[in-house]
Ligand binder design. Structure first.
Ligand code: C2E
Ligand code: CA
Ligand code: CA
Length: 255
């Protein structure tokens, strides 16, 4: 833990950016910011190893505020790919701790000011299980975020408690369908039926539906045919350093 604290202080923790693609046009509409720890001896340590560790202390709040600051500063350097598509947005993952942190709103206000990006260009990713664990508190936080014009993406959708009755009340801007439905390991037929149902549910509730973890053209075709709006995955690109994200925007097909 001490090592991670030092890594953050020494600049060995970085944010990388994975493009989010509009499936109809192929245009990049935004990027998800994903944290990376470059360890001097052990090499690259993935976030699902160190984030749960950090969650056990206040270090998660420091990492979280680093993620927000860095991602919003990066977004302020991004240009539109074409005049018909707005400036790309950035989505930032929030841990449970951070989502419930009373200082979250003031931190966001402060960073909106210093990065000078418009609030519509920041989307906060909260997992379905965190958002639906305490629905009353979540609705309060959502109220404040709505006032700031900041949207929520419901992450790992389909793997949490799936309190469907609360989905409409929560009204997230985006629902992110978990990779396990996009690349099922077993029971493919059933997963595909669930995939179809989730896309249709999101569409009927007028939410933007995003499928995560698209790796093959066949998976892309299937999702496009189901009328899924957005996608992310290795088919296009993994998360890359900010300069590569900027280069990618310059090459994005006009949509
Ligand atoms: P997540 O938010 O569900 O992020 C998606 C993960 O899927 C990322 O892993 C991404 O690199 C990976 N991925 C994207 N496309 C594909 C694909 O086509 N195939 C496969 N196999 N994987 C794909 P990553 O970057 O290792 O992050 C893992 C988890 O760590 C994230 O899951 C998120 O829960 C957490 N995390 C990452 N960055 C942050 C952060 O800044 N703050 C917090 N609180 N959590 C973070
Ligand atoms: Ca995420
Ligand atoms: Ca996810």
């Amino acid at each position: 833990m001490q090592e991670l604290r030092e890594a953050l202080a020494n600049g060995d923790v970085a944010m990388h950016y994975q493009p989010i693609i509009d499936l109809a046009s192929g245009t990049i509409v935004g990027f998800e910011a994903l944290m990376r720890w470059q360890h001097p001896e052990r090499g690259w340590i993935p976030p699902d190893v160190f984030i749960p560790l950090a969650e056990q202390s206040d270090l998660i709040l420091e990492l979280g505020s680093f993620a927000l600051k860095t991602a919003m500063a990066a977004a302020s350097t991004w240009k539109a790919t074409n005049p018909n598509v707005g400036l790309p947005y950035v989505t930032v993952n929030l841990s449970a701790h951070q989502f419930h942190d009373p200082g979250l709103i003031s931190l966001i206000r402060q960073e909106l000011e210093s990065s000078a990006i418009s609030p519509e260009r920041l989307i906060l990713e909260v997992t379905e299980s965190v958002a639906l664990a305490d629905i009353a508190e979540t609705l309060n936080i959502m109220d404040e975020l709505n006032r700031l014009k900041i949207g929520i993406a419901l992450d790992d959708f389909g793997t949490g408690y799936s309190s469907l009755s609360y989905l409409a009340a929560l009204n997230p801007k985006i629902i992110k369908i978990d990779q396990s439905f996009v690349r099922p390991k077993h029971d493919k037929k059933r997963s595909d039926t669930l995939l179809e149902a989730i896309v249709s549910l999101g569409n009927k509730l007028n939410m933007t539906v995003l499928a995560e973890g698209i790796e093959t053209p066949a998976q892309l075709d299937r999702l496009h045919n189901l009328d899924c709006d957005l996608g992310q995955g290795f088919l296009w690109s993994p998360a890359v350093p900010v300069q590569e994200a900027i280069d990618m925007l310059a090459q994005s097909p006009e949509g």
